[in-house]
Each structure stands twice: as structure tokens, then as C-alpha cells.
Design a protein around this ligand. Structure first.
Ligand SMILES: Cc1cc2nc3c(=O)[nH]c(=O)nc-3n(C[C@H](O)[C@H](O)[C@H](O)COP(=O)(O)OP(=O)(O)OC[C@H]3O[C@@H](n4cnc5c(N)ncnc54)[C@H](O)[C@@H]3O)c2cc1C
Length: 289
């Protein structure tokens, strides 16, 4: 007879060995548990081994280096938001993390868990993609890396293979001329999931011309999407109204949403364009300091 078990591996090697040697036993990682526990209670009570990865040094490390930032996959968003240096560098990403649930939820919820849960409406996902985040993954063959835009492969599905776990996210360090922003729309003021979301990161030169851009949209397709056409509309411009409008139109065109009680296809396509324009304006103003 199968039953639930709870494991607390002391190292990444132990965690990988546990996951790899599980045979037919189902294993599920636990970080903050804000998705896992809800799903266990209401959606899927299938017995499994819960593998608690939130005490591993690699999933808890936060390192702000000279050219990149490493954020451990299990760090609660409230902890990230208390780091003033990180907040100054990546305000858009931390605003996305700060939108997840309530203060209580943020005390547990991690951006690694948000990404691994692979909800189309996960708020941190477009912000991670816009920031060029790279997923650092440990598994039986060692470590590998995968761009955040390739990590979520379907609704509730991620690219992790058997025996793998997400250790953290590597993000190119913003310069003083970089700005990021994330905006979402929900039908009420908080504690709801996005009808649409948009993350933008831009770099500008001394003349205010955009030299690099990444734009990602969420909740308007089965997975969050990188929108290269929106970035192309921004690069080379002074991020004026025409460029922002063109980027917004590219996001609306890239969206392939569903209609549900939160909004129709047409509504979501329109809203994601508006969010892109507004987020790009915020990112621009941040990049200009
Ligand atoms: C009341 C409430 C409100 C919420 N509001 C929002 C919201 O506004 N926006 C939003 O985006 N989400 C929201 N959520 C969803 C949830 O809080 C987030 O998805 C959260 O970021 C998940 O992080 P966690 O650390 O709790 O993950 P967990 O619940 O521990 O894990 C989530 C999933 O990822 C897997 N996993 C976790 N860490 C790893 C890892 N390192 N490697 C491999 N797999 C891993 C787990 O096995 C599980 O399948 C809400 C949830 C609740 C209960």
C-alpha cells in the first residue's frame, strides 16, 4: 500500500539521489508550500514523497555579483522584498513577487515555486523572462541551465526531467541605465490571479535611446511568452508614445488567451497591450534614473 512520506535532504546530491532512485514512487518538491498544500487538500491527494528543498544552501543563496545576480529558488518573496539592494536593482521583479497573494502568503511563497508551478498566470514568470533569467537546474547528470522562457512547457508543466530540481535563477545585473517593471490586471484590488500581465526590461543610452529590451506577457496564453516583436518596437526608439503603442500592439497580437469569468479573449488581448505600454513607460523612467 502506498502512503505519504516526507524527506528533508541535507544536500543537493542527496535530493537528486532521492528523486532519481524513487522508482515508481511519485516525488514532489516542497518550497513554501503555498501551491503544494492547496493542491494536496483540494485537487490531488495521490500518495507521494514530499521532498522539502527549502533548507538547501543552494536554494537559499542570494548573491549580487558584479555582472549577475543569483536568487535561490526557495527564498520567500517577503525576504527578497526586504533586501534594499535587490529592490533597487530589480524593482519590477520584486513588485511581481510582492503581488503574490497576501503578506502571509509572501512569507512562504518563492519565485522558484511560482515558476515551477507553471501557472499561465504566475506573476513572477513574465518578470523573470523580461529580466533574462536563466534557470539553474540540478539533476543526475550534474547542473544545466535553461532560459526562463523555455522552462514552462504547458499549463502546470515545467521542463524538469526526473531527478531534477530548480536550484535558483541567474539574472544579468542591471546597469544604472537599465529599468524593469511588471504590471498585471486583476478584477479586484488584491488576492486574485492575473487577467493579463506584462514584464518589461529596457536599457537606454545617454541620449535616452533604447539599446536593449525584453518584453514578456502572462495569463494570455498557456504559458508566459517572450514577445520579440514588442522588444523590436522599443529598441532604437526613445521609448516615446509611438514606440510604446507599437510594443503594446505586438503584445496584443502575440496573445492567444481564453475567455473565462475573468475576461474574454478580446478583452485580454486589449488589456495586455495597455499593460505593455504602461510597464514599458515605467521601465523607461527607471532606466533614465
Ligand atoms: C491565497 C493565495 C493567493 C495566491 N496569489 C497568487 C498571486 O497573486 N499570483 C501568483 O502568481 N500566485 C499566487 N498564488 C500561488 C502561489 O502562492 C505561488 O505560485 C507561489 O509563488 C508558489 O511558491 P511556493 O514556494 O509556495 O511553492 P510550492 O507550493 O512549494 O511549490 C509549487 C510547485 O513547484 C514545485 N517546486 C517548488 N520548488 C521547486 C524547486 N526548487 N524545484 C522543482 N520544483 C519545485 C512544487 O513541487 C510544486 O509543484 C497564491 C496562492 C494562494 C494560496
Amino acid at each position: 500500500m502506498s502512503s505519504f512520506a516526507f524527506a528533508t535532504p541535507a544536500s543537493v546530491a542527496d535530493a537528486v539521489a532521492l528523486l532519481s532512485d524513487a522508482g515508481d514512487t511519485r516525488c514532489q518538491m516542497l518550497a513554501g508550500g503555498t501551491d503544494v498544500l492547496v493542491q494536496l487538500k483540494s485537487l490531488d491527494r495521490t500518495p507521494r514523497t514530499i521532498v522539502d528543498i527549502k533548507a538547501l544552501p543552494e536554494t537559499n543563496a542570494l548573491d549580487i555579483g558584479s555582472d549577475q545576480i543569483y536568487i535561490g529558488a526557495a527564498i520567500p518573496s517577503a525576504v527578497l522584498n526586504e533586501n534594499a539592494e535587490l529592490k533597487a536593482l530589480l524593482p519590477g521583479l520584486l513588485e511581481a513577487a510582492d503581488l503574490i497573494g497576501s503578506t502571509q502568503i509572501q512569507g512562504r511563497a518563492s519565485i522558484g515555486g511560482n515558476l515551477c508551478n507553471a501557472s499561465p498566470a504566475g506573476d513572477s514568470i513574465p518578470a523573470l523572462i523580461a529580466n533574462g533569467a536563466v534557470c539553474v537546474i540540478a539533476g543526475p547528470s550534474g547542473q544545466r541551465e535553461l532560459a526562463a522562457e523555455d522552462f514552462v512547457v504547458g499549463v502546470g508543466k515545467n521542463a524538469l526531467d526526473k531527478g531534477e530540481l530548480l536550484l535558483g535563477l541567474r539574472i544579468p545585473k542591471p546597469t544604472s541605465n537599465t529599468g524593469d517593471a511588471y504590471l498585471r490586471f486583476i478584477p479586484r484590488t488584491e488576492m486574485d490571479i492575473a487577467v493579463a500581465g506584462c514584464g518589461v526590461r529596457v536599457d537606454v543610452d545617454g541620449n535616452g535611446v533604447c539599446t536593449a529590451a525584453r518584453v514578456a506577457i502572462g495569463a494570455v496564453a498557456p504559458t508566459a511568452l517572450l514577445v520579440p516583436d514588442a522588444a523590436a518596437a522599443l529598441i532604437g526608439s526613445k521609448l516615446d508614445d509611438d514606440a510604446l503603442a507599437a510594443a503594446g500592439a505586438a503584445c496584443s497580437a502575440a496573445a492567444s488567451p481564453i475567455s473565462d469569468k475573468r475576461g474574454t479573449v478580446e478583452y485580454r488581448q486589449k488589456v495586455v497591450g495597455v499593460l505593455c505600454r504602461r510597464a514599458a513607460a515605467i521601465a523607461r523612467d527607471r532606466a533614465r534614473g
